[in-house]
Design a protein around this ligand. Structure first.
Ligand SMILES: [Zn+2]
Ligand SMILES: [Zn+2]
Ligand SMILES: [Zn+2]
Length: 320
């Protein structure tokens, strides 16, 4: 599924949810929706100093570049929008979101964890850039402590550019009466903060977002059980398979490879598999290459690949 310059209806990808793909400038109706603002791992695509075959096409052609994984959440009812994660690409991502939600209010940012692709965009709220006033930043306890005790983030707090709002694992926050977000703690390299994924719910639909997690077995929840309770699951697809990083022992990289996730989910019913949308691709991931064998394999086996600009409506039988 590619983002096209004209409106395109993508049917048959999600059996329970008809997903409509629109351009980033499409006018919303009253259905809250999620927009995928980036699909790459923390370092973006192409990656700094990479002159290998994986990144050469993207250095040569701007259209092949991809932003760091983030979601926008737009609620036309309350006329507000939010960001899920503040990435190094926040300038263009917030711009895209503002274009999609004209005259709506920025409701703040929900942070998954303290790795560079997920929170460092906060710096653009400071006085060197936006000079924002008390933008709500929703974060877990260790993440809040990290931001309050370390520069340059604590300066954003002292100057009231941002204001921290508490999240707690498995505790549902009603962002609006009809719209809720629930953080779920997941295992990951937690040097500075804990890591969460989010379950976002509105209008009887729910979307799971887990951009970073260690192997599925390390999670206290069973991913298949969680999958059953949501309509769409945007899941860690950092690496396609073992051996993708030629000079590195990939056992040190505990992400679930897409090939492993597919093997695990292959026994599920087609309607469960079709909920899975892989995201957060490392620059080496062949999924980033259009028409690649890896991409075809994912789609052939009933799963999906996230695309920048993809829209996921949050309402029963919604059409946009
Ligand atoms: Zn990440
Ligand atoms: Zn590369
Ligand atoms: Zn991470």
């Amino acid at each position: 599924m590619q983002l096209k310059t004209t409106r395109k209806i993508c049917t048959g990808l999600f059996s329970l949810l008809v997903l409509f793909c629109t351009t980033a400038t499409a006018q919303p109706d009253n259905t809250p929706y999620i927009v995928v603002l980036g699909v790459a791992q923390d370092a973006g695509y192409p990656q700094i100093a990479c002159a290998k075959a994986c990144c050469r096409p993207a250095w040569a052609d701007r259209d092949r570049r991809r932003s760091v994984a983030a979601l926008g959440l737009v609620d036309p009812v309350s006329r507000q929008y939010w960001l899920i994660d503040a990435t190094p690409d926040i300038r263009t991502q917030l711009h895209e979101l503002r274009k999609m939600a004209p005259e709506m209010t920025f409701g703040g940012v929900f942070l998954t964890h303290a790795h560079i692709g997920h929170y460092t965009g906060l710096m653009h709220f400071g006085r060197e850039a936006m000079g924002a006033r008390d933008i709500p930043v929703f974060a877990m306890p260790r993440m809040r402590q990290f931001l309050s005790q370390n520069g340059p983030w604590e300066l954003l707090l002292r100057l009231h550019n941002i204001s921290l709002k508490p999240l707690s694992a498995d505790s549902t926050l009603n962002v609006r009466p009809h719209l809720s977000i629930t953080p779920m703690a997941v295992p990951h390299r937690d040097e500075y903060s804990e890591t969460v994924g989010f379950r976002i719910e509105a209008g009887g639909k729910s979307v799971l977002y887990i951009p970073d997690i260690d192997k599925w077995d390390k999670w206290q929840k069973k991913i298949e059980d969680v999958l059953r309770t949501v309509d769409v699951a945007l899941l860690d697809g950092s690496f396609y398979e073992d051996g993708e990083l030629p000079n590195r022992d990939m056992s040190e990289i505990p992400h679930p490879f897409i090939s492993e996730s597919m093997r695990r989910f292959d026994t599920l019913a087609p309607e469960q598999r079709s909920k899975v949308v892989f995201i957060h691709f490392n620059h080496t991931n062949p999924v980033l290459q259009p028409g690649s064998q890896a991409r075809r394999e994912i789609e052939k086996r009933g799963y999906n690949v996230a695309t920048q600009g993809m829209i996921i409506p949050l309402a029963e039988g919604s059409s946009r």
